[in-house]
Ligand binder design. Structure first.
Ligand code: CUA
Length: 308
């Protein structure tokens, strides 16, 4: 959550956030008022109509048509009002304007992948222009994930084998946290990224800069962001082994044999991670990275080879 805003709601940073908050506060305060009124009435009646001696018998209760209709009609109207209000916001939140800028979002164990129409792909940061509707077309390569940006009040599941979508318009520049809010395995809680909201001009120059062809090692370094949750490059052990300084060494495997770490072994470990598992580790690496292009795979191999 942000450092500002309140416990439930961080600062509102999208065009819909204010509407979502208004509805939230309406439900919150009507519930609070009703709760206090009901409890207060109950306490008052408990004392007011307390049985005072052994022989006392209460008067028979006579129904009040007015009172009974009131407690049927008033809550029904209140609930309908909340439903109509919520449904109206929901419909508009789910209908992206036709001129929205589209970004393809893929969720996989355990990284986010953001692909832009200009052919640019990022992993830990999703750049968007401020003041322009952005539509995310999302799918998952493996299990259920859920895309959540609290500051935008945007949350949507990513489901394998189908597309889901969500849209928003950021109202201010800045960086906002993206969470995965659907339990998706070992590194679910670390499946994080940031939305970086920049001005229209900054966005245009960023896209141009990114779409330039990168040398293989730099391309690999960029792609490695999605591996970094599980693989360190400074010698520390995370969920998977550290990958620096391994090139050209002999790697012990769980089956007791050893293998030379060369380009072929690195590539095989990306495409079919379960075939040769490093000693001391579980065979939990997802096979979802095999969808990369040959150029991307070459870049990743070159980058891992370059790590000292
Ligand atoms: Cu992806 Cu939780």
């Amino acid at each position: 959550m942000g450092d500002k805003g309140v416990f439930w709601l961080p600062d509102a940073m999208s065009t819909f956030a204010g509407e979502v908050d208004a509805l939230f506060w309406f439900v919150f305060w009507t519930s609070t008022v009703l709760f206090v009124a009901v409890v207060a009435a109950k306490l008052y009646f408990m004392f007011r109509y307390k049985r005072r001696d052994e022989t006392s018998v209460p008067d028979p209760v006579h129904e009040s048509k007015l009172l009974e209709s009131a407690w049927i009609v008033v809550p029904t109207l209140l609930v309908l009002f909340v439903f109509i209000w919520g449904f109206d916001v929901y419909l508009r939140m789910n209908t992206a304007p036709p001129d929205a800028y589209e970004i393809t979002v893929r969720g996989k164990q355990w990284a986010w992948e953001f692909e832009y129409a200009e052919g640019v792909t990022t992993f830990t940061e999703m750049y968007v222009p401020v003041g322009r509707p952005v539509k995310l077309v999302m799918s998952s390569s493996d299990v259920l994930h859920s895309f959540f940006v609290p500051a935008f009040r945007v949350k949507q599941d990513l489901v394998p084998n189908r597309y889901s979508s969500v849209w928003f318009e950021a109202t201010q520049t800045g960086e906002f946290q993206i969470y995965c809010t659907e339990y998706c395995g070992t590194a679910h809680s670390a499946m994080l990224a940031k939305v970086v909201v920049v001005s229209e001009e900054e966005f245009a120059s960023w896209i141009t800069e990114q779409s330039q062809d990168l040398p293989p090692v730099e391309l690999g370094a960029q792609l490695f962001a999605q591996c970094a949750l599980c693989h360190a490059v400074d010698g520390t052990t995370k969920i998977g082994p550290a990958l620096n300084g391994i090139f050209g060494t002999q790697q012990k495997l769980t089956d007791g044999t050893s293998v030379l770490v060369d380009e072929d072994f690195i590539l095989e470990s990306i495409l079919n991670p379960a075939i040769k598992v490093a000693e001391g580790f579980q065979p939990i690496m997802p096979a979802g990275y095999s969808g990369m292009t040959p150029k991307q795979l070459d870049g990743l191999v070159a980058y891992i080879k370059s790590l000292k």
